[in-house]
Structure formats: C-alpha cells, structure tokens
Design a protein around this ligand. Structure first.
Ligand code: GRF
Length: 188
C-alpha cells in the first residue's frame, strides 16, 4: 500500500475526508503523516484522533524555505511517502520539495482553475457573479495553482444562494472528489 502525506494549515476537513475514506477502504492507501505549518491548527487534533503522526513546524523559526523544506523532506523519507496531498496548505511549495517529489505533489483548489487562483477563491468567484462553481485537483508546480489539471467537478448556483451555502457545497464536493482521485493516483 502506498503512503500518503497530507499537508494542511487550518481546519482540515479535507484531511478528515481523506482519513475516513482510507479507514473505510475507499481510498486504498496509508495516511502516514500530517505536515502542518501552524502547530495549533485544528488539523493536528484530527490527526491525533486518528493516530496519524504529525510534523508541525513554524516557518518563522527558520531563515529560509529551503531550510524547513529540507526538514520536511527528511520526515517524508522517514515515513516512505509516495504521494503528497496538499489540503488547505497555505504556502507555496519551494524548490527543495519540488525537486524531491516532482510529479508527486497534488493540490485541491476551490475554484475552476485557471479562474480564481490564490486565496479567497470562493468569495472572489461569488463576488464576480459566477454561476457555475467548482473545484480543481491539480499537480503542484512552482506557481500559484498553475500545475497541470487532474480533475474538476462543478455545480450550478441556485437562485439566491448565499456565499456560505455555495461554500458548503464546494466543500462537500471536495470531500467526495479528493479521496477518489487520490485513490486513482496511488492505485493506477
Ligand atoms: C479547501 O477549500 C481547499 O480547496 C483549499 O483550502 C480549503 C481547505 O479546507 N485549498 P480544509 O482545511 O480542508 O477544511
């Protein structure tokens, strides 16, 4: 079975969906490690509940991205990680990680890329007046949400739907699609 590391910075609902899919056998992989850049984030609590080891670091403790990414790579090698799934990891991936895990880092984004890359994508799309919302799973490269697209899914906004309602539907879609695609990637 392949080993997956999930990277998160916050709430970790996608991480939870990935864990549950793995526990239920829909995702045939071992969720071997959680990496967070915010040691107090809620994703850490989820990892503890599911007995997943955590590597938590604070970027401010290091002089460069290269320095902390070298530590991350050490951890990934120790846990024999085959695939990295970014799930709300609010940081651009740098050269060190990209060189060691080229083609093995995946991200989920809450918009139909290439529209609305970067942060606050759902609000930006909503404020723009978008009527079809969606999500994108893509390979990670050095850019901001610019890597090759692997999968997308979408839905039509309902008349008068609020941004919160749209957001909830987007997360629901993410929680279904991400584990499914990860399973395809590790078991193709
Ligand atoms: C998700 O909407 C994901 O698409 C984006 O960040 C959010 C993370 O949410 N990259 P959560 O931490 O998984 O709940």
């Amino acid at each position: 079975m392949k080993n997956i590391a999930v990277f998160a910075s916050g709430f970790g609902s996608n991480f939870e969906a990935i864990l549950e899919a793995a526990e239920q056998g829909q995702l045939q992989a071992h969720i071997a490690l959680l990496v967070v850049d915010k040691p107090a984030c809620f994703a850490v609590e989820r990892a503890q509940r599911h007995n997943v080891p955590v590597f938590a670091f604070n970027p401010k403790d290091y002089s460069s991205k290269e320095e902390y990414e070298t530590l991350i790579v050490n951890q990934l090698e120790e846990y024999k990680i085959d695939l990295i799934a970014l799930a709300g990891y609010m940081r651009l991936v740098g050269n060190v990680l990209l060189q060691h895990y080229e083609g093995k880092i995946i991200n989920i984004h809450p918009a139909l890329l290439p529209a609305f890359p970067g942060t606050h994508a759902i609000e930006k799309a909503y404020d723009y007046g978008v009527k079809i919302f969606g999500i994108t799973i893509h390979y990670v490269d050095a850019g901001m949400d610019t890597g090759k697209i692997i999968a997308q899914d979408c839905f039509k906004m309902k008349e008068g739907e609020s941004v919160d309602e749209v957001e909830a539907r987007i997360h629901q879609l993410e929680h279904q699609l991400y584990p499914k695609i990860l399973n395809q990637l590790v078991n193709h």
